[in-house]
Ligand binder design. Structure first.
Ligand SMILES: C[S@@+](CC[C@H](N)C(=O)[O-])C[C@H]1O[C@@H](n2cnc3c(N)ncnc32)[C@H](O)[C@@H]1O
Length: 330
């Protein structure tokens, strides 16, 4: 099989199997190179649902939108690709449905979190400590905050807190101190390689250096793109948009993301059984969703061998319960 250069979609077979069950509106909140969207659209077409379905693809990165538009060109008439943030999923869906005179109930939503291979592999985007480039890390090039501004303007305490909270980095304090001392001595830190050298000089040796570099770069990326805050909002809003029995699938790549997904899904799935000891036979109110996957699904060994990115992927899927209780499946 030809290797996808822009981005190889992870768990694509599983995504299609979980999401595609009826004609309707499908939202890909992390369009990327359009690999997952193409698989979903092909499956809808093969099931004979193509004509009655619409894909709404959202990405905040212009390069991703260009790539996906090419990949999805055969579905031009039944897809709308939008530059935007998935935290606005509700208003984006409502606006497009209103323009098209459609009911805004969504049959399936996908969030495949994080950055694409293309973003990591493009040195000018500044996401990787392996490639020399500017300290940028913005997925949306119109966004105001870059990694360079954080590294060069946050004080030592804020940097340490950031590396600890978003990178879970045990040496957060000494790395923050080294950055501030480097700034005082040499002026602004200019690129990924300069930052990587400061981190290297403060990490333990061996393999641990790579882990520290990954954690610090991850922390900066999360802060630049507000990744955890937008995720919480997207989960709430996305579930709200779903039709009865509509499904949402989320692929996360690190524990901070997966913890949020797990917690939000668990909260929304919980039914209200009233005060303890009352012994109701039915809850006062059912949860909004059911967990389709009780435990996160991971990629097969075969997939991780051909696509190393799949190694850390965790997929969780939920289904919306009709308001007013658990009805029969349509
Ligand atoms: C892992 S890639 C998705 C790859 C895609 N599933 C495919 O098959 O090619 C994540 C994409 O989501 C985008 N993204 C991440 N966070 C976003 C957000 N909050 N709003 C919109 N797009 C976002 C990134 O720009 C990136 O293109």
């Amino acid at each position: 099989m030809e290797q996808e250069r822009f981005h190889e979609p992870v768990l694509a077979t599983e995504i299609v199997a979980f999401l595609v069950r009826k004609p309707g509106i499908y939202v890909d909140g992390t369009l990327g190179g359009g690999g997952h969207s193409l698989a979903v659209m092909n499956s809808l077409r093969d099931a004979g649902y193509g004509e009655q379905s619409l894909l709404i693809g959202i990405d905040q990165d212009d390069a991703a939108l260009r790539e996906a538009a090419g990949k999805l060109s055969e579905y031009e008439n039944c897809s709308v690709l939008v530059k935007g943030n998935f935290q606005d999923i509700g208003s984006i869906v409502k606006k497009i449905c209103c323009q098209r005179g459609m009911d805004p109930g969504v049959a399936g939503i996908l969030l495949d979190l994080g950055v694409s291979s293309f973003q990591i592999d493009t040195p000018e985007r500044g996401f990787s400590y392996l490639r020399g480039g500017p300290l940028d890390m913005r997925m949306d090039s119109d966004a105001p905050l870059s990694a360079g501004e954080i590294v060069n303007s946050y004080d030592e305490r804020d940097l340490a807190r950031l590396f600890y909270r978003y990178g879970e980095e045990p040496r957060s304090r000494s790395i923050a101190r080294a950055i501030v001392m480097h700034r005082q001595k040499n002026g602004l830190i200019n690129g990924t390689q300069e930052l990587a050298a400061i981190i290297r000089s403060n990490a333990y040796g061996g393999e641990k250096i790579i882990k520290t570099l990954s954690r610090v770069f991850q922390a900066l990326r999360i802060e630049v793109n507000g990744e955890l805050d937008v995720l919480r909002r997207a989960l709430d809003d996305g579930i709200e948009c779903l039709d009865d029995f509509g499904r949402m699938a989320v692929i996360s790549y690190h524990s901070l993301e997966d913890r949020i997904v797990k917690r939000v899904f668990a909260e929304k799935a919980r039914s209200d059984w009233g005060p303890k000891g009352v012994g109701l036979r039915e809850p006062l109110a059912w949860g909004d969703i059911t967990l389709v996957t009780r435990k996160p699904l991971i990629a097969t060994e075969q997939e991780t061998r051909s696509n190393p990115r799949a190694r850390s992927a965790k997929l969780r899927v939920i289904e919306k319960i009709p308001q007013g209780g658990r009805g029969e499946k349509k």
